[in-house]
Write a protein that binds this ligand. Structure first.
Ligand SMILES: Cc1cc2nc3c(=O)[nH]c(=O)nc-3n(C[C@H](O)[C@H](O)[C@H](O)COP(=O)(O)OP(=O)(O)OC[C@H]3O[C@@H](n4cnc5c(N)ncnc54)[C@H](O)[C@@H]3O)c2cc1C
Length: 467
């Protein structure tokens, strides 16, 4: 048995960031992780998916090379090398976390952990040996989440025809046809990737729009862009029957009063994830879960049992890497006796890295209506932005919703190239309660995509210049 200040169960972005920060603050830390370091984000999520999206973006761009006077004969699309590239970037990032653990003297205990009473964690190591460790200050549960199938719709994951995001991230080739069930960020991103590699993609979404949590204007703009790319989208859709064979699947889908029979080679189930709350000892320690099945925490990440904390996907709220890592950072500061700014769950950026990208912060226009807020909208299209014209990426817009009286930024929504980068001006503004007038004070460089933010701000004040 070894004694640590803090033991963290799970080495994903929530757990590993918490570990590094605790170590920086002088605590002795161990991380129990059964896979490589980096969690879903590094191994099966953000990083490999974004690498594939980069390949997809390049494939789409090369299709327009002739406009630039560049003639490329005989372009072939091969998913395998793109997949291998994504795996190597993922492995490189995981090694990066390993390097940081060595640098900060965080101990990685490779194995399957179970929390026990008395701030203990037992670990079954790769060779089957068991050991138990004890924490003086805290046990942090950061076990994340995992893919899940849709057995209620006859779509049990089988690694052959009915696939999860984990499975398609190691696929050797793009199938001829695919149904993507679920049009949240993960579904939309993979629809984008496979369509770029030549797959005939149909998206099936139960909600009335794709990216249902985003502002309705953004969902509609992306649906328009996907239509241009011949990605079929069925929204308000219900799967009424499913037949899966060894070589493909047939789905009958009711949408918009029409019955669609979809015969495809593969089905990707991208309809949500399940928190890893099973077999980690929650019941034995007496740790409570929320109604939705996540570990229940307060704003300081404390569970109902003293000395046990939870962060990241397993603790609910937005299931995003940057939300989890911020929680890990803040928890470490709290454990180190600092007085950090707690996590503001109303100001976590939401980013989808499809083409065009979608990024947002704060309230949608519908939420403003539901809350009966007095608001004004400013909107600027990228078709009127010089930089977007130079790159030929003119789809999309910036939409800013401001409080009518005080100019407070209630919400900001961007569809367009690099939307996930330029949103941060508005994240900083909103976190610091800047008004639209204060954004307007800042000179935006020309020609940049960020100028569209300045123009949308002006539009919300009735003073737009370039459209
Ligand atoms: C395809 C895809 C794309 C995504 N893209 C983005 C994106 O672009 N941006 C974004 O912000 N988010 C994205 N996400 C979500 C993001 O990956 C997660 O929100 C994030 O990884 C959660 O971090 P975490 O540390 O809470 O958990 P995880 O990353 O899930 O890490 C938990 C770790 O705990 C380990 N573990 C669990 N139980 C045990 C145990 N008993 N013993 C030992 N180890 C254990 C697991 O092996 C895992 O490594 C994406 C997800 C997917 C699936």
């Amino acid at each position: 048995m070894a004694l640590f200040d803090v033991i963290i169960l799970g080495g994903g972005p929530a757990g590993y960031v918490c570990a590094i920060r605790c170590a920086q603050l002088g605590m002795q830390v161990a991380v129990i992780e059964r896979e490589a370091l980096g969690g879903t984000c590094v191994l099966w999520g953000c990083i490999p998916a974004k690498s594939l999206l980069e390949s997809a973006g390049l494939a789409v761009k090369l299709g327009k090379a002739a406009e630039h006077g560049i003639t490329i004969d005989g372009i072939t699309l091969d998913f395998g090398p793109a997949m291998k590239r994504s795996r190597s970037i993922s492995a490189q990032n995981s090694k990066g976390v390993e390097f940081l653990f060595k640098k900060y003297k965080v101990q990685w205990i490779r194995g399957e952990g179970v929390i026990e009473k008395g701030k203990k964690v037992s670990v079954t190591l790769a060779d089957g040996k068991k050991e138990t460790h004890e924490a003086k200050k805290a046990v942090v549960i950061a076990t994340g989440s995992r893919v899940k199938g849709l057995p209620q719709a006859g779509l049990e994951l089988d690694k052959n025809v009915v696939l999860s995001s984990d499975d398609v991230l190691v696929a050797e080739k793009a199938p001829a046809s695919m149904v993507v069930v679920g049009a949240g960020a993960v579904g939309v991103e993979f629809a984008d990737v496979f369509a770029a590699f030549g797959t005939k993609v149909t998206m099936v979404e139960v909600a009335p729009t794709i990216l249902p949590i985003e502002d309705a204007d953004c969902s509609a703009e992306l649906a328009k862009a996907f239509k241009k790319r011949k990605i079929d989208v069925l929204t308000g859709a219900k799967i009424t029957s499913t037949k899966v064979t060894k070589t493909g699947a047939t789905l009958v889908v009711e949408a918009g009063g029409t019955t669609h029979t979809l015969e495809v080679e593969k089905v990707l189930v991208a309809a949500g994830r399940a928190p890893n709350v099973e077999k980690i000892g929650l019941e034995a320690v007496g740790i409570a879960k929320s109604e939705r099945g996540f570990v229940k925490i307060n704003p300081k990440f404390e569970t109902n049992v003293s000395g046990y904390y939870a962060i990241g996907d397993v603790a609910g709220n937005q299931m995003l890497a940057h939300k989890g890592s911020r929680e890990g950072h803040v928890l470490a500061d709290l454990l180190g006796g600092e007085h950090p700014h707690l996590v503001n769950y109303n100001n976590i950026p939401s980013c989808t890295y499809c083409h065009p990208e979608v990024a947002s912060i704060g309230l949608t226009e519908q939420a403003c209506k539901d809350q009966k807020l007095d608001y004004k909208v400013g909107k600027f299209p990228f078709s009127a932005n010089g930089r977007a014209r130079t790159s030929g990426e003119t789809d999309g817009f910036v939409k800013i919703i401001r409080d009518a009286k005080y100019g407070e930024i209630l919400g900001a929504h961007i569809v367009g190239a690099h939307a996930t980068e330029i949103i941060h001006e508005l994240v900083v503004a909103r976190e610091n309660e800047f008004t639209v007038e204060e954004i307007d004070l800042a000179v935006h460089a020309h020609p940049t995509l960020s100028e569209a933010i300045g123009e949308a701000v002006l539009d919300s004040l009735g003073k737009m210049l370039h459209a």
